[in-house]
Design a protein around this ligand. Structure first.
Ligand SMILES: [Zn+2]
Length: 102
């Protein structure tokens, strides 16, 4: 899928249509209390208490969620206003195997 590098879009900060630069957002770092960090915290003796930390109470995620079923992913596209330099996220994602900026 081909996307233009600049697009005219509504900017909620300027409150009118402005030229926006389009780019794909980079993947963010995982949250601090992820599953792995909970295990590490437990090994150090912290965050102990009740429950199995979500390990044994439910089946494998592939059994109850549509994981890996779809061949494409929605791109996390960002639009940066060229006037106020604020970035906005897209309201509706589009599925595409590859996104090119032309
Ligand atoms: Zn703006």
């Amino acid at each position: 899928m081909k996307k233009p590098k600049t697009i005219k879009r509504y900017c909620p900060y300027c409150k009118k249509h402005q030229d926006h630069a389009v780019y794909a957002s980079k993947k963010k770092a995982p949250r601090s209390m992820s599953h792995g960090s909970k295990i590490r915290a437990k090994k150090r003796g912290r965050a102990t208490g009740h429950g199995s930390l979500g390990r044994y109470s439910k089946p494998a995620i592939t059994k109850w969620k549509m994981t890996g079923k779809k061949p494409t992913k929605k791109m996390d596209l960002r639009y940066e206003c060229k006037v106020c330099k604020k970035a906005h996220v897209q309201s509706k994602g589009i599925r595409a195997k590859r996104v090119e900026f032309v």
